[in-house]
Design a protein around this ligand. Structure first.
Ligand SMILES: [Zn+2]
Length: 580
């Protein structure tokens, strides 16, 4: 009884679109939302979420249910655990646990205990130095609460004593990364540091960052990677940034805790901070669920920007539109926002952020002008830009070419070289057992590519084509995938946008190639008939060859024989299956 009451109260407070939106990039489609199913591999969205029914359903794999089913499946939890996760998120106290039943404590609970310990100490007598430090940084007591800032006192075992008194076993404190084991027993990891709690996108407490305010030692230390925490997979303040990021279509990425907090206070709530690693693909995927654009606002010193370049390409390759924010020399976001007109200045800097490609060229400006470094700078830019999708690069070709002192068509040719080399490398290492496509490589076979091109170009053909038949005529699996995506989409823009966001370059290359081939065949409908005819005859020819081979080995069955005669007649008479 109590449990169904809990379920009802949780459902009242949580919106399924919001909960699933943390895991899947959802797009509004009529009354529902659609996205790529997290439970099976797919390239066309068949996963729908209904806000009115508060349910989800995948037409591809059949998964479906409510928020509880979703969390249980997605995070491999039992019902009881899913209930706890969602209760915490909804701010609902579970009836069962209020009833005095012994509740399993998990690591997150231990982390929360530590968090409130640190927060209490910031307000207490031991926290004086920390409070003075925060006030010097212009952070008011309200912001300490808003961002859950805390203070780990300098003593060796203040936290451990408190956890021990509350019955936390040593193993759990160690697993949570809160204490370390020394000769004399356990001691606190964070000592004499201002504490920043790090939560995941759903708000679960994963880690702490600690900033030294005086004395010897590293300026920042963080919780270790472990059961709870992986810095590759998280961004600081993302759980607070997600709504603003969804609404504005962009996420601002800064380096440090202080910068992120300062931007939130300055009204740029779509801000998160990377946690001391080069940006990763996992982080790119997190961001992509929320926004298309990522504005990177790192230290304005050149060394810092160099180091970040690789990570920026990682994000762009993952389908984000990466912009690099250029702050006035020597200023970090924290400095800038502290100025009286800081908010305006920062807003302008965001608006005029440079697309990644132009930023790269800009950074290499000096080298490009120096005769002996020119070659190296050019190679480096080409290998970066050549790793991106041609669709991402196209708008900037003329400006990049001008900076390199060559013509745009020369640049295109160079980039194509780089792409081929890159693709060759990949094929060699990862896709060794993938069947090579006979003959042509770039965009696949001309005639098969023409099918994709016509499906893309002509709405009528796309809507009226017989999907099974068309797909059966294509021998190249890559082109089959492209054609299937076009045939199942409601508009070509929809598929196109998805290719762009996935950074897939093959489909548009194939479409372009097929379009060239169709040139001169008349209008799309006429070309369609010609193309299908050729492919049908090719297929019959293949079939003919196979059966003839069987016949010569004496392995043909009676059905083979009948089919052989049929195919032979059709090939001779010029009539194909299509015209029957
Ligand atoms: Zn599915």
């Amino acid at each position: 009884m109590q449990q169904s009451d809990d379920v009802r109260r949780i459902k009242e407070r949580l919106d399924i679109v919001e909960v699933i939106g943390d895991h899947v990039r959802l797009k509004k489609a009529g009354a529902n939302f659609i996205g790529l199913c997290p439970f099976h591999e797919e390239k066309t969205p068949s996963f729908t979420v209904s806000p009115s029914r508060q349910t989800f359903h995948c037409f591809g794999c059949g998964q479906g249910g409510d928020i509880f089913t979703f969390i249980m499946e997605k995070e491999s939890l039992g019902f009881r655990e899913a209930l706890e996760v969602l209760a915490a998120r909804a701010g609902v106290t579970l009836a069962a646990s209020r009833g005095g039943e012994r509740k399993e404590r998990n690591l997150s609970d231990v982390m929360e205990m530590a968090c409130s310990h640190y927060r209490t100490f910031l307000r207490g007598p031991e926290g004086e130095a920390a409070r003075a430090y925060l006030e010097r940084r212009n952070l008011s007591p309200e912001t300490w609460d808003r961002f859950e800032l805390g203070w780990a006192p300098s003593s060796w075992d203040s936290l451990w004593n408190s956890l021990f008194r509350q019955g936390v076993p040593p193993r759990e404190a160690l697993d949570a990364g809160l204490v370390l084991e020394g000769k004399g027993g356990l001691y606190d990891r964070f000592r004499g540091r201002v504490i920043f709690p790090v939560r995941d996108i759903a708000g679960r407490l994963l880690a702490f960052g600690g900033r030294l305010i005086d004395g010897e030692g590293a300026k920042y230390i963080n919780s270790p990677e472990g059961v709870l925490y992986s810095k590759r997979k998280n961004l600081y303040l993302l759980h607070r940034a997600k709504e603003a990021a969804r609404a504005s279509g962009r996420l601002i990425l800064v380096e440090g805790y202080m910068d992120a907090i300062r931007l939130h206070l300055g009204g740029f709530e779509e801000t998160a901070a990377s946690l001391g690693t080069a940006l990763t693909e996992e982080q790119a995927l997190l961001i992509r669920r929320l926004a298309d654009r990522c504005c990177i606002c790192y230290d304005s010193d050149l060394a810092g920007q160099e180091a970040a370049m690789r990570g920026m390409y990682v994000l762009q390759k993952a389908g984000l539109d990466v912009r690099v924010v250029d702050l006035p020399r020597g200023k970090d976001p924290d400095d800038l926002l502290s100025l009286p007109d800081g908010k305006e200045l920062f807003g302008k800097a965001i608006e005029s952020a440079r697309p990644l490609i132009l930023h790269h060229v800009f950074l290499r400006g000096d080298m490009l002008r120096s005769p002996d470094k020119r070659r190296r700078a050019t190679d480096e830019i080409l290998s970066g830009v050549g790793s991106l999708s041609p669709v991402d690069v196209a708008p900037y070709l003329p400006r990049v070419a001008a900076a390199l002192g060559i013509f745009p068509h020369e640049l295109s040719a160079l980039l194509e070289e780089y792409r081929k080399r890159g693709a060759g490398r990949q094929e060699g290492t990862r896709e060794k057992d993938k069947k090579p496509v006979p003959g042509k490589d770039d965009g696949g076979d001309d005639v098969e590519a023409a099918v994709c091109s016509l499906l893309w170009k002509d709405d009528h053909i796309r809507r009226s084509a017989d999907e099974r038949k068309v797909l059966s005529l294509l021998g190249d699996e890559r082109l089959q995938t492209v054609a299937a995506a076009l045939l199942s989409a409601s508009s070509r823009e929809e598929v196109e946008a998805r290719w762009h966001s996935l950074g897939e370059t093959f489909p548009l290359r194939a479409i372009a190639r097929g379009g060239d081939w169709c040139e001169g065949l008349g209008d799309a409908r006429a070309a369609w008939d010609v193309v299908l005819d050729i492919l049908a005859r090719r297929r019959e020819q293949r079939e003919y060859d196979v059966i003839r081979e069987k016949l010569s080995r004496g392995e043909a069955t009676r059905e083979d024989l009948l089919r052989f005669q049929e195919v032979a007649r059709s090939l001779k008479g010029g009539s194909s299956e299509k015209e029957k």
